[in-house]
Write a protein of this length. Sequence first.
Length: 361
Amino acid sequence: MIRNSLKINWLSVAASLLLVAVIGVVIFSFEFYTNDAYFKTRDFNYFVIFTLWFLFILNYFVLEFLFKYYSKNQIRRITNILPEDIIHDYDTDLGFKELGEKMHEMNQKNAEIDMMKEMENYRKEYIGNVSHELKTPLFSIQGYIETLRDGGVDDLNIRDKYLQRIDSSVERLLNIVKDLDMINRFEAGQIELKYSTFDINHLIQEIFDLLEMEAERQSMTMQLQTTQSQLFVFADKQRISQVLINLVSNAVKYANREEAQIIVSTREGTKSIHISVEDNGMGIKAENLPRIFERFYRVESSRNRKDGGSGLGLAIVKHILEAHKQPITVESAYLSGTKFKFKLEKSSLERLKRAKVNFLE
């Protein structure tokens, strides 16, 4: 308390000096222009200096009193509207600094509460999505087994058909569990990328060959547009293959129109290879775009579940590219199509080849 009472308020000092300086200028101006000999004596000058010093001290304490009185009134008004758990009965001598610390503490608590509520909502939604995804194939397996137990096993056609359906449901369960495990391991930093140099155009063509039959069932054409016949990147080939399979197969599922097509484009940048996967399918509504990379988030849930997707494909794509320190962006217009864009590091082989071409030119 003694230390606080002796603490100098430099704002009051500055204000007092300003007032005294103004008064001093007026007095010495008067002394300069007057012809009275008394105002030019040493005694008068001593008197003026003493008076100015006295006024400085008086102004300081008056201003200090006014500042404290005003600040206490303002602090009292603010504390009256703050929650009781922030301002306690023993906080009787708060200053603006202490009040600022209390406000900062309250903001931190509110931010933590909001974050906890958001995490709780996410947890509930996540658990609900996981249970729903697992429930669908489990109920199917349970129904097929009950049918077989009730005598269907004696009919070879029914037995073979239901065993095939059980096998498909089990495979879907395994895919969901594997995808979840992969995402969790990516988030925990437990998956190490195996970098190598490979031709991205050749890999895209392999993906086209892999998904050719599925695309034909949807009456969809797949096309590669590129600026070079070969474009070498430095990345994890297996993981990038996963990215392309997820993006292309996702586009195939949402073809649902005549003359549906997928265009995968590659072009060379300064340090990166730019890749885009574009389709002319149903597109994505603007309000859904910010959430499409979330786990289990579905733009059209009924269709996606019918096709047996896990709802984790785009989440895996995002995690793989983030592991490569590359973002992925999406552009879409509802009923007009969707375009995913990302970059991969250009390999040293590609840079060397480009350097040789520039040298020869």
